[in-house]
Write a protein that binds this ligand. Structure first.
Ligand code: NAP
Length: 261
């Protein structure tokens, strides 16, 4: 099975911690040259310097806040002017939690900008280089809420469905050019995002965070939370030459939590 990413360049969003960071580490290990995107410049600097370099890759980063799509446009324009991008990982922070009936209208617009509009800007910039290379892997980190909405994540559930529809449409348009578009649907994965969701839910319900944690674990057949590295392994496969005929799918990586076939 060909899983080598030697000679490939990957742009990875939201990669200073959690799932994005784990994906950058895995892609770098497989030989890709990684370009990280996030807001925290110091973290970007330190993480970029510490990424694996089995083929003496020159990893780099750009600072961009996905709440400001123009910053994303500026960053990706500079990237594609310097190098073709073969792998794009669309990933950023999730929308704040809360019941949908209490969500402010603006929260939907903010989430739409941060997820769909930024993804669209990134994709339009990388498509020409992917077409020329006849190799493209667009991987969107979404959520199992594409299939079954999560409690207390009203805005997030809404935007995840839109992202999955956007991705499926794109996969149909790009398949003939050797470009695949696939989604990873993380279940409960041990990252700072999960910690903050547990804390938020505990404060809202005025219970100990351990109660919330146990309720979440009870929903998972594997009876444990996922590791970011377990999500990254699936992303790495989808990014590889071996996954060339996998297109337009959404793969839950959730310890069996999503209760649909
Ligand atoms: N963890 C889970 O259980 C879980 C489950 C389902 C879905 N997800 C989704 O999967 C994605 C990644 O989750 P995660 O758990 O890895 O999240 P995380 O631990 O909160 O990490 C988010 C990453 O995105 C970056 N980021 C956040 N806001 C940004 C912005 N406005 N502009 C640019 N970068 C931004 C952060 O870096 P900076 O602070 O440096 O910008 C960080 O590197 C999120 O969309 C999350 O909602 C997670």
């Amino acid at each position: 099975m060909n899983t080598s990413l030697q000679g490939k360049t990957a742009v990875i969003g939201g990669s200073t911690q959690g799932i994005g960071l784990a994906i950058a580490q895995e892609l770098a290990t497989m030989g890709a040259t990684c370009i990280l995107l996030a807001r925290n410049q110091q973290a970007l600097q330190e993480i970029t310097a510490a990424l694996p370099v089995p083929y003496q890759q020159q990893h780099s980063y750009k600072v961009a806040d996905f709440a400001h799509p123009d910053q994303v446009r500026q960053a990706i324009t500079a990237i594609v002017a310097a190098t073709p991008v073969h792998i794009l990982i669309n990933n950023t922070g999730g929308p704040p939690p809360g019941p949908i009936a209490e969500a402010a209208e603006d929260a939907f617009l903010t989430a739409f900008n941060q997820h769909i509009i930024c993804n669209q800007i990134l994709v339009k910039a990388v498509i020409p280089g992917m077409k020329e290379a006849a190799y493209g892997r667009i991987i969107n980190i979404i959520s199992t809420s594409v299939r079954i909405p999560n409690k207390n994540l009203g805005v997030s559930n809404t935007i995840r469905g839109a992202t999955a529809s956007w991705a499926k449409t794109l996969s149909n348009e790009l398949a003939a050019f050797g470009i695949t578009v696939n989604n990873i649907l993380p279940g409960y994965t041990k990252t700072q995002r999960l910690d903050s969701l547990i804390q938020n839910n505990a404060s809202r319900r005025k219970v100990d965070p351990k109660v919330i944690e146990q309720e979440m674990l009870n929903e998972i057949p594997a009876k444990r939370f996922g590791e970011a590295a377990e999500l990254a392994a699936v992303a790495a496969f989808l990014a590889s030459p071996a996954a060339g005929y996998v297109n337009g799918v959404s793969i839950p990586v959730d310890g069996g939590k999503t209760g649909v076939i």
